[in-house]
Design a protein around this ligand. Structure first.
Ligand SMILES: *Cc1c(COP(=O)(O)O)cnc(C)c1O
Length: 391
C-alpha cells in the first residue's frame, strides 16, 4: 500500500523524552518473554484489589439508566459533596462542593490540565524534582517553561524556595509540589506548607499540591492537607486521587479542590475537552470516600509489612535509604560505582528484579532507584534474598 499522506508528530510530542514507564514496560516484556521469574517493583500501581464494598456499589450504579448519559464535566454535585464531607472529616477543612471542588478523571488529568488553564507561552512553572513526570510534560504542552526544584538528601527532600532566580519568579504562574512525595517517599512538615503560602502570596503564583499519597501512611502519622494551612485556600488547590487510597487506579477518578477561581479555571478547560467521569464511577467514588477507616488501616498494614521486609533486606546488603513514614515506595541510593540505570539493569538481568531508575523522575534523581511496595511480602523477602546473593 502506498502512503497517501505523510504522518508527522507535532513538535510538542517530538520534543518529549520517552515516557519513563513505557520504557520500563518494554524491558519488563523482554524479561517475561525470556521466562524470567520477575519481581516487579517498578510501577506505583497497587496489586491489591479495590475493596469489595466499592465494587458492589459500582455494580448497582452501572444498572441505572440516568448514569448512561453524558455526565457534567465538573462532576456530580453528590460526588463533590462527598469530597467536601471527606475533607471535613479527615482534615477539618470546609469546602463548598459547588464552587470549590471539581471531579477529575484521575489526578493525572488535573496535573496535565492545570498549565492549560493558567500558563501562557513563556510563563514559568516550578515543580519539585525528582517528581511525577506530568508536571514538566503538562507545562511543556502548554508552552510553559519548567523549572525543577531539586529534592536531595541534603535539603531533607524539601525544595529550596529561596534558590529560584528573580528572573524566573517574575514569570512563574504555578508551583507543583507533592507530599508525601513520589518518588522520594519524604513527608513535609506543616511549616513547609506555611512557607509555600507566603511564597505564593509574595510572587503571585498558584500553589498546586498533589496529595495522591495522603492516605498511605504508617504508625498513625497522618499527613496534613495543604488546605489545612492558614491562607492556603486563598493561593492554591490540592489534587487528590482515589487511585492509591482505594486501589482504584483503573477506575480513573480524582478531584481538585481549593480556591474557587482556580477550581473554576480547571473546570473550564475540562468542559472544553472532556465530558467528565462516568457517573457510575462517581457513585462508586462516593462509596469509596465513605470507607470505614479500618479497611484503610488494613491496606496500610499490608504496605508496612512489605516495607519492613524489603527494608531489612536492603539494610543487610548495605543499601542506603530512609525508612518512609508514608507512600508505598522506598527511595534507595545505588551502591557506589553504579548509576541509576546501571544498577536497575544489574538488578533486572542478574536478579530478576524490576525497579525504577531515579533519574527517570528528573536529573536530581540520579544515583537513586525506587522500589514500589506493590508485590506481596514473600516477594519482598525473595527480592531481598536475591540481592544478598548478587551483592
Ligand atoms: C499516581 C500519581 C498520580 C496520579 O494518579 P491518578 O491515577 O491519575 O489519579 C498523581 N501524582 C502522583 C505523584 C502519583 O504518584
Amino acid at each position: 500500500m502506498s502512503p497517501r499522506i505523510q504522518v508527522s508528530l507535532a513538535d510538542r510530542l517530538r520534543s518529549l523524552p520517552p515516557y519513563l514507564f513505557a520504557e520500563i514496560d518494554r524491558l519488563k516484556k523482554e524479561a517475561l518473554a525470556a521466562g524470567v521469574d520477575l519481581i516487579d517493583v517498578s510501577i506505583g500501581d497497587p496489586d491489591i484489589p479495590t475493596p469489595e464494598h466499592i465494587v458492589a456499589s459500582m455494580k448497582g450504579a452501572v444498572e441505572k439508566p440516568e448514569h448512561h448519559r453524558y455526565p457534567s464535566s465538573a462532576g456530580m454535585l453528590s460526588y463533590r459533596a462527598a469530597v467536601a464531607e471527606w475533607y471535613r472529616r479527615r482534615f477539618s477543612v470546609t469546602l463548598d462542593p459547588a464552587t470549590e471542588v471539581v471531579a477529575l478523571i484521575g489526578s493525572k488529568e488535573g496535573v496535565a490540565n492545570m498549565p492549560m488553564a493558567f500558563v501562557n507561552p513563556g510563563d514559568a512553572v516550578l515543580y519539585t524534582s525528582p517528581g511525577y513526570p506530568v508536571y514538566p510534560i503538562g507545562t511543556l504542552f502548554a508552552g510553559g517553561e519548567g523549572f525543577p526544584l531539586p529534592l536531595t538528601k541534603a535539603n531533607g527532600f524539601l525544595p529550596d524556595l529561596d534558590s529560584v532566580p528573580a528572573e524566573i519568579l517574575r514569570r512563574t504562574r504555578l508551583f507543583f509540589f507533592n507530599y508525601p512525595n513520589n518518588p522520594t517517599s519524604a513527608s513535609a512538615p506543616k511549616e513547609f506548607f506555611e512557607q509555600v503560602v507566603r511564597f505564593a502570596e509574595q510572587h503571585n503564583l498558584i500553589a498546586c499540591h498533589d496529595a495522591a499519597y495522603s492516605e498511605i501512611f504508617f504508625n498513625g502519622k497522618r499527613p496534613p492537607s495543604f488546605l489545612e494551612t492558614e491562607g492556603a485556600k486563598e493561593v492554591g488547590v490540592e489534587l487528590h486521587s482515589l487511585s492509591k487510597t482505594y486501589n482504584m487506579t483503573g477506575w480513573r477518578l480524582g478531584f481538585a479542590c481549593g480556591h474557587p477561581e482556580i477550581v473554576g479555571g480547571l473546570a473550564k478547560i475540562k468542559s472544553n475537552i472532556d465530558s467528565g467521569a462516568f457517573q457510575a464511577v462517581q457513585e462508586a467514588g462516593i462509596t469509596a470516600l465513605q470507607t470505614d477507616d479500618h479497611v484503610l488501616s488494613g491496606i496500610r498494614q499490608t504496605y508496612q509489612a512489605r516495607r519492613d521486609a524489603l527494608a531489612e533486606g536492603l539494610r543487610q546488603v548495605g543499601i542506603e535509604f530512609d525508612l518512609p513514614d508514608a507512600t508505598f515506595y522506598i527511595w534507595a541510593r545505588v551502591p557506589s560505582g553504579h548509576t541509576s540505570a546501571s544498577f536497575v539493569e544489574l538488578l533486572l538481568k542478574k536478579a530478576g528484579i524490576m525497579a525504577t531508575p531515579g533519574n527517570g523522575f528528573g536529573a536530581a534523581g540520579e544515583g537513586y532507584i525506587r522500589f514500589a511496595l506493590t508485590a506481596p511480602v514473600d516477594r519482598m523477602k525473595e527480592a531481598a534474598e536475591r540481592m544478598k546473593t548478587l551483592l
